[in-house]
Design a protein around this ligand. Structure first.
Ligand code: LLP
Length: 419
């Protein structure tokens, strides 16, 4: 559920008509609903309330906007970060260093050092090599780094191949069978405090069974480590819970997920850690766009909008579906192809889709764009970097400015020898 609803014939974000934001900020523009974000944060936490000890680290990559992070910090969330840039955002938003988890397969030496200096709460190690390097860095800095070992459980998450991470052929984590030996060796290093295991099998997961299988395997591994006399006090179960993108899609709810986790893990005797991203931010945001023109097509009209694959990459990258709706629907519908202005055919949002009838100048939204939307935007075709707005009741504010092509141009220079 979200707080984007029609009031008197116009789509509103909470109490704000989207046309008011479009008029002042221009389009395309992302609009987030504070009430929806808070609600999702609370629903997810509530879904885990039967578990004895829980730490939630919001996956910053899904929506790293500073205002979004500040809001989630105020809901008691920590952060799951994958770069120094994300770490600094989480800290700037007021998250406590000890509530931050540092994930990622390619943390550099300087990122590891910066994170040790900042006092980051947990490193999810993705290799023995990384653990050895981190131990050395921590000792040099007179610290010990608290870690888990990310394990690849070789389970198929049954999601899009480009966002699956838990199969043996994926780059993530340590092979399941090699984990006990590596965990034991890393536990003996003086610069590390190994406290558990981490797993994350993929994103936009729409079936809980693969996660359940992965968690059962992780529980067995935890028992094996303990039987070897090794300490396991924390188990990080990652993120990945999917959200409905199409009206009518039925997905497992956070409550279903919480029940499944409780069945598998309630008696593990650990702090359970979670890294939700999309389930918190996904339907907390829409991308508002204006129809540039409707061009006659062979099979169906082309609705050319002013948002493009550089603003919302998911359809081009993952063939993702985002519902499209007019801000002020006329009540008529049409079947059309929806495309952006970028000069390649992957700049396609939908083909042959039945949508609200629209014409040049109309405003429309792509729904469920709060996760992996603005954060994946770029400036391809020398377009602006898309701005972001947050709504709270009847007030709203720009939370990320549009970065104009002129600003980007100003960062480039022609060397003397070309002048
Ligand atoms: N933890 C780790 C280690 C991850 O790699 C991810 C996402 C998450 C947590 C959060 O997953 P979530 O709860 O949001 O599913 N750009 C793609 C999604 C990439 C996900 C990458 N990792 C998309 O637009 O669908």
């Amino acid at each position: 559920m979200d707080h984007f609803e029609y009031v008197a014939g116009e789509l509103h974000a909470e109490q704000v008509p989207l046309s008011a934001i479009a008029r002042e900020v221009g389009t395309p523009v992302y609009v987030y609903s504070r009430a929806t974000l808070s609600r999702h944060a609370r629903v997810f936490r509530e879904a885990l309330s039967a578990l004895p000890a829980v730490h939630i680290a919001f996956a910053v990559k899904s929506n790293p906007n500073l205002a979004v992070l500040r809001l989630l910090a105020s809901e008691g969330y920590g952060a799951d970060v994958v770069s120094e840039g994300e770490m600094n955002r989480a800290l700037a938003a007021g998250m406590r260093a000890e509530d931050i988890v540092f994930s990622g397969v390619g943390k550099t030496r300087s990122e590891l050092a910066a994170a040790v200096r900042a006092g980051i709460g947990q490193f999810n190690l993705e290799s023995e090599e990384e653990g050895v390097e981190l131990s050395g860095i921590a000792l040099e800095l007179g610290r010990r780094a608290t870690c888990t070992l990310r394990v690849n459980p070789d389970v198929d998450a049954r999601t899009h191949a480009k966002i699956s991470t838990g199969k043996a052929e994926n780059k993530f984590g340590i092979a399941y069978d090699r984990a006990p030996g590596i965990y034991a060796r890393l536990s003996a290093l003086p610069g590390l405090e190994m406290r558990g295991l981490a797993v994350h099998i993929g994103s936009q997961i729409s079936d809980l069974e693969p996660s359940r299988q992965a968690f059962i395997k992780m529980g067995a591994l935890m028992e094996a480590l303990r039987a070897d006399g090794l300490s396991v006090t924390h188990m990080d179960l990652g993120g990945g819970l999917g959200v409905p993108y199409k009206a009518g899609d039925a997905l497992p709810t956070p409550a279903d997920y919480g029940r499944m986790v409780a069945e598998v893990a309630a008696d593990w005797g650990v702090t359970l850690m979670f890294e939700p991203g999309r389930v918190i931010t996904g339907n907390s945001g829409v991308l508002v766009t204006e129809v540039v023109r409707v061009k006659q097509g062979t099979n169906a009209p082309w609705v050319v909008v002013d948002a493009a694959m550089n603003d919302l990459a998911r359809p081009a990258m993952y063939d993702a579906w985002h519902d499209f709706a007019a801000v002020q629907p006329s009540g008529e519908s049409m079947t059309a192809n929806i495309v952006g202005p970028i000069c390649e055919s992957s700049d396609t949002f939908a083909m042959g889709r039945t949508i609200d009838a629209v014409k040049a100048g109309d405003l429309a939204v792509f729904r469920t764009a709060g996760a992996y939307g603005a954060t994946m935007a770029n400036t391809y075709n020398s377009r602006a970097l898309v701005p972001e707005v947050m709504v709270d009741g009847d007030k709203w504010a720009i939370v990320a400015n549009r970065i104009d092509p002129a600003t980007i141009l100003a960062a480039e220079q022609v060397p003397d020898w070309l002048a």
